[in-house]
Design a protein around this ligand. Sequence first.
Ligand code: HEC
Length: 94
Amino acid sequence: MKIMKKINMITAFLAVSCLLIVSLTFNSCAPTKAVADKSGAQLWAENCQRCHNTPAPSSFGPEQWETIGMHMQTRSLITEKERDKIVDFLKGSR
Ligand code: HEC
């Protein structure tokens, strides 16, 4: 019984260390931490009204947003990651 407890403790310790390493690695590797911290809604508000009014999320359906996202990514010079966040946000409204 005692040994089981020890094994459980070791497992828990390993799990916690693993999570810590993963999160540290992820943070140090992320080239644009600021972007990673921003929500799709925020990126949408910041990037999509430079040239026209911010389109309402409900104006288009999910497939349309997918296409518009690709089109507007080239216009707004955002990264793929930013585009995906924005498109996910816009698709979520319908
Ligand atoms: C650099 C300027 C610019 C930026 C930034 C920009 N757009 Fe556009 N957008 C345009 C122009 C120009 C059009 C007119 C259609 C075209 O591209 O020929 C347009 C059209 C659209 C349309 C209408 C498409 C249609 O089929 O009627 C939507 C929706 C749209 N943009 C969404 C977005 C979103 C979402 C973003 C942010 C990711 C964005 N735009 C960023 C320039 C821009």
